[in-house]
Design a binder for this molecule. Structure first.
Ligand code: B12
Ligand code: SF4
Length: 477
């Protein structure tokens, strides 16, 4: 049995919602870690030959993917489905079936959690799998190998053509330490990089799954969930393994909130320090869960950048979005992290529900007032699975436009939401915000002296030249 796990090309990102300056800056590319987890489990618990293709990083077009599939002749193709690149995932499925309609296609990834029924209705998709798939995908492949198609119906997180209305159980793996480390060797692991890393290649790691918070704009399938943590030993074993096997020293932790458990964060740091592993890592955190003792230890263990989701500079809106950060505390913590020599990065949004023009300005002013090395500004739009989306629907502000889109996917979606009529205004404001934040001498000079590698100087200057002319001339998408 030959299984191909395929991360699609990204040719049809749904533009028109947020100006995607981030993508245009070539911020980097990251290994599709979820698929590598599935691959390693499959290798350990079945006799399957597994191939992983990251078409995006390999810069393959859809016809390139088609040629690849014709050459390697897989029996099963597992395709990553994300809502924002739905069109690309569907094109992949179509092309696979055009190569040989006997190839079994199965869709997985975040989109299937929100839209299992609509996904199984795509003619070229044979099966849909919902949630964490290491175990269930292996079970699925083992049934296919035995030609036991009936038993597939019984896998609780699989939807089939025979039963499109099935409400699948979303799979969650309780003990993450049980999982074998992701099979990075199946990819061209030297190709992965980040504009913010000290040295490339980088790799990514997931040390916990889940997020205890419930921000109302967030559609994260993990939000409001009990967090499942890997043990500190298991995490550091993986770091050490990656260093020794692949010679990679730069890690991005993709956990929603790496620091949500203070005790574990400290234990991971202690273990890295104890083993003397000289790595650098980036993670995400809420500002209000950090204290100086923790930050100093994180720095000592190689923490190089912390990304904070701050979202708004209005204390009133913090409540409206249920993020509930105390902005005064945010200010102090960001400064403390910055002063401890760790890069600070924050995400903000404009156009939140009930946001006034004054509050939009306040967000930009707040961003400028913080000791930040990097920011990202976006525009709020309601996404399926979020509280605001459900509220907007209930209040009759818009129709279920995402559902309409996924039932009849085109390459572009019409956003009927709060900010639609003001979209141009917000796009302009985002462009202004980037200029006002980055093109300040009080930002540029200290930041210049904080950069820690030649690569950093090179990448940031190049991307600055790429992005700012577009922002100034408003030529971004
Ligand atoms: C880290 C992250 C990023 C990183 C890196 C993304 C990347 N390329 O890896 C960055 C910051 C770049 C990013 C960008 C974006 N992201 Co993001 N991101 C995440 C985050 C926090 C973690 C992803 C992760 O690594 N999870 C850990 C691994 C182990 O889980 P996993 O990938 O889901 O894989 C498991 C299952 O899904 C399943 N599975 C996965 N693939 C397949 C394939 C098959 C065949 C099968 C059967 C199963 C299967 O099994 C895996 C193992 O259990 C998630 C939230 C989350 N909790 O998932 C959002 C999330 C995936 N991102 C999301 C979005 C919207 C985006 C952006 C579009 C945002 C934007 N507006 O630009 C971009 C798109 C970039 C892209 N195409 O990936 C959404 C997707 C929603 C959706 N319905 O599709 C999520 C779910 C968050 C949210 N807001 O809801 N993201
Ligand atoms: S925005 Fe971040 S902190 Fe808030 S619920 Fe989503 S993942 Fe959790």
């Amino acid at each position: 049995m030959k299984v191909l796990l395929l991360y699609p090309p990204r040719e049809y990102y749904i533009f028109g919602i947020t100006p995607h300056v981030y993508i245009e800056a070539d911020a980097g590319n990251y290994p599709p870690i979820g698929m590598l987890y599935i691959a390693s489990y499959l290798q350990k618990y079945s006799d399957t030959e597994v191939i992983v293709l990251d078409a995006y990083t390999e810069k393959l077009s859809h016809s390139g993917v088609k040629n690849f599939v014709s050459q390697i002749k897989p029996d099963i193709v597992g395709i990553y489905f994300s809502t924002y690149y739905l069109y690309d995932s569907i094109l992949v499925a179509k092309n696979v079936k055009e190569v040989n309609k006997e190839i079994i296609t199965i869709a997985g990834g975040p989109h299937t959690v929100f839209y299992p029924k609509e996904t199984i209705q795509i003619p070229e998709v044979d099966y849909v799998m919902v949630g964490e798939a290491e175990k269930s995908f292996t079970e699925f492949v083992n049934y296919i190998t035995k030609k036991d198609f009936r038993s597939i119906e019984n896998i609780s997180n699989v939807v089939t053509k025979n039963n499109p209305d099935k409400i699948p159980n979303r799979a969650r793996i309780e003990n993450l330490d049980e999982l074998p480390f992701p099979s990075r060797e199946l990819l061209n692991y030297r190709k992965y990089c980040s504009i913010l890393a000290k040295k490339n290649p980088i790799t990514v790691m997931v040390t916990s799954r889940g997020c205890p918070y419930k921000c109302y704009f967030c559609s994260n399938i993990e939000s409001g969930q009990k967090v499942r943590y890997r043990s500190a030993k298991n995490v550091v074993d993986e770091i050490q393994y990656v260093v020794e096997k692949f010679g990679i020293y730069d890690f991005l932790f993709f956990d929603e909130l790496f620091t949500s458990n203070r005790h574990r964060t400290m234990a991971i740091c202690d273990e890295i320090i104890r083993r003397g592993i000289k790595v650098r890592w980036h993670c995400r955190s809420r500002a209000d869960v950090l204290d100086e003792e923790m930050v100093k230890k994180m720095k000592k263990a190689g923490c190089r950048l912390i990304q904070f989701g701050i979202e708004t500079g209005s204390q009133r809106l913090q409540k409206v979005i249920n993020k509930n950060l105390n902005l005064e505390k945010v200010n102090q913590v960001v400064k403390m992290v910055y002063d401890n020599g760790i890069y600070t990065y924050a995400d903000f949004m404009f156009g939140l529900p009930t946001e006034t023009e004054e509050e939009t300005k306040q967000t930009l002013e707040f961003a400028k007032s913080l000791k930040l090395d990097y920011v990202s500004f976006g525009m709020f739009h309601p996404i399926p699975g979020s509280v605001f989306y459900d509220e907007g629907l209930k209040e009759g502000r818009f129709t279920d436009f995402w559902l309409e889109y996924v039932k009849n996917p085109q390459s572009v979606i019409e956003d009927h939401s709060w900010t639609r009529k003001d979209r141009k205004k917000y796009h302009d404001y985002i462009a202004e915000a980037y200029k006002k934040f980055y093109l300040r001498l009080s930002y540029i000079i200290p930041h210049f002296f904080r950069l820690d590698s030649i690569l950093q100087y090179k990448w940031q200057i190049i991307s600055g030249f790429k992005v700012f002319p577009k922002l100034i001339l408003r030529q971004f998408r």
